[in-house]
Design a binder for this molecule. Sequence first.
Ligand code: NAP
Length: 347
Amino acid sequence: MSLLSKYYVDSWSGWHLETSPGPQSLVTLFLLITGGLLVASQIWTFLRVLLSLFVLPGKSLRSFGSKGSWALVTGASDGIGKEFALQLARAGFNLLLVSRTEEKLSALADEMSSKNPAVQTKRLAMDFARNDDEDHEKLKALVDELDIAVLVNNVGKSHNMPVPFVLTPEDELTDIVNINCLGTLRVTQLVAPGMVQRKRGLILTMGSFGGLVPTPLLATYSGSKAFLQYWSTALGSELEPYGIQVELVQAHLITSAMSKIRKPTATVPTPRTFVKSVLSKIGRHGGSPGYTFSSSPYWSHGLIAWVLTCVMGVMSKTFLSFNKDMHESIRKRALRKAEREKGKKAE
Ligand SMILES: NC(=O)c1ccc[n+]([C@@H]2O[C@H](COP(=O)([O-])OP(=O)(O)OC[C@H]3O[C@@H](n4cnc5c(N)ncnc54)[C@H](OP(=O)(O)O)[C@@H]3O)[C@@H](O)[C@H]2O)c1
């Protein structure tokens, strides 16, 4: 009989202990209790993840605005941004659409009016890569005259293909920082003061697993999304007292021009399915219970986020090496494809 069990039986039977428990038994007891608590807390966290992803509803979108309120979506003409615009219009918001190509914006505005004539739209074609003051002045003039209840900071750029940092072209590097970081900061500074005045609003920012997980060969993109993760979380704390909900949306892959994936799977949803999960789970953490003012709301992304952050440890060397090998292999394939296409053009 071990010292521990002797101590237990003796205590239970009320017998007087002849010997006090030794240091070894106390250590064992401490380890058992600590281990038990750790396992229980992981189980509890996982249950919260499941409830958040599959059962509990999010806040109603209408609670962020009133009749006639507007939503501003950046990068609205394609992919995830276009879906945000369409679904917010369906929820009754008027839309201020911002992205680079005027023809695509005007086609989207027409599509919205034909589907729902009550929805008003305004649009501004601007290129965030230029970080142009005049563009931001034009946007400010539009924003100042509207009750913007929802801001979706969606516009973003990644690398054309995985590339070692030292080989990254300078224009690609500055475009990523201008679009993903500066553009998002400047638009939010135009919109947030009005929300503070009205004491309501929702600010969603598209993050990425690239910001959750340090990603070799996508270092600048990964860093820009990690920047958004920290910035958005700090902003969430600053704006919470004014009744403004700030949320960084963590996403793995989604079918779009950026991901270059066309066929949806269980882990790669279409923009429509993905955006539906975001808008129906506002205020829920999904698979990221440890990340305040953040959410990973799409079910399979949420489960992956939970495994990565709570189980594996995204900063570990083993995980970094795995991630690097994967992106090196994608780069090799992308280079071979580029070579083939060059060959075809030369023929
Ligand atoms: N797709 C994914 O797998 C994935 C995963 C995680 C996170 N995300 C994030 O989700 C967001 C949207 O990605 P997406 O896949 O929907 O991208 P996308 O399909 O490439 O669409 C990008 C949108 O942004 C606009 N845009 C691009 N560059 C711009 C610029 N310089 N100035 C103004 N507008 C610009 C595009 O407009 P034009 O067509 O007019 O150029 C388009 O409307 C990004 O922030 C991305 O990082 C995507």
